[in-house]
Design a binder for this molecule. Structure first.
Ligand SMILES: Nc1ncnc2c1ncn2[C@@H]1O[C@H](COP(=O)(O)OP(=O)(O)OP(=O)(O)O)[C@@H](O)[C@H]1O
Length: 233
């Protein structure tokens, strides 16, 4: 799909997305009709105060949860038309995920954690290994390939999570507070590396953060407010 205006192909088009949660007698309308596009290779910050719905939004776009109304198109595929296998395929082939906490497999080395997504997708071990080493080396972890997560610093663990997200060359990386668990100095460095690598790979990214300073380093900032998105820059 082409948005016409910016002259780029969109990897993500969200139209009139709605999500509410019912708790007892109370209905909380978190997303009240969100419209959002992310172009190929574009890095978009999703900002908003705590509770504004950033994680809810990323869960919808990551095809991780149902219960949504509206349209989500990822790399040309309409989410509502996908069955469970289709959602798994889109997540595996078109998306990469980075969370606030690394969620690395504790019994596997840094390299093995990055190799796994490619193996699951059906790649050869040699290719997956070469890709993992390239990504980890680009993130300054060439000397940490055999370390397990518990043997790495917080910043190093998060770099491995970034490498894992990029292993299958996703069109779109979804990142939920990717540096939220790091001290300010380390967060700055890791976010800079994340942006450099994502740009170098030509992937797009949608990055939820409540850190406006970090958001300003991205190509565009959109704000979630009262269940809708407004463009900041
Ligand atoms: N499964 C759920 N059941 C009920 N309410 C929920 C559920 N998930 C989220 N919410 C509510 O939806 C609102 C948005 O939550 P969400 O986690 O998306 O916000 P956020 O912007 O990511 O916040 P933070 O920056 O604190 O992570 C909150 O009020 C939250 O309590």
């Amino acid at each position: 799909m082409n948005d016409g205006g910016r002259g780029v192909t969109d990897v993500l088009t969200v139209t009139d997305l709605k999500r509410s949660f019912v708790q007892g007698d109370v209905t909380i309308e978190v997303l009240r009709g969100v419209d959002l596009t992310v172009g190929a290779g574009e890095i978009v910050a999703l900002v908003g105060p705590s509770g504004s719905g950033k994680s809810t939004m990323l869960q919808a776009v990551g095809l991780l949860e149902g219960g949504f109304q509206g349209s989500i198109r990822i790399a040309g595929e309409e989410a509502a038309q996908l069955d469970s296998d289709g959602r798994t395929r889109v997540r595996r082939d078109a998306l990469g995920f980075v969370y606030q906490f690394h969620h690395l497999l504790p019994d596997f080395s840094a390299a093995e954690n990055v190799v796994l997504p490619a193996l699951i997708r059906g790649g050869t071990r040699a290719e997956a290994q070469a890709r993992a080493e390239t990504l980890l080396t680009a993130l300054g972890l060439g000397h940490r390939l055999s370390h397990r997560p518990s043997q790495l610093s917080g910043g190093e663990q998060q770099r491995v999570a970034v490498a894992r997200a990029l292993a299958n060359r996703p069109k779109l990386v979804l990142a939920d507070e990717p540096t939220g668990n790091l001290d300010e100095h380390t967060a700055d460095i890791v976010l800079g590396e994340f942006l450099r690598l994502v740009r170098g790979e030509g992937s797009a990214a949608l990055v939820a953060t409540h850190n406006e300073r970090l958001a300003a380093k991205m190509d565009r900032v959109v704000r979630l407010h009262e269940g809708r998105v407004s463009v900041v820059s």
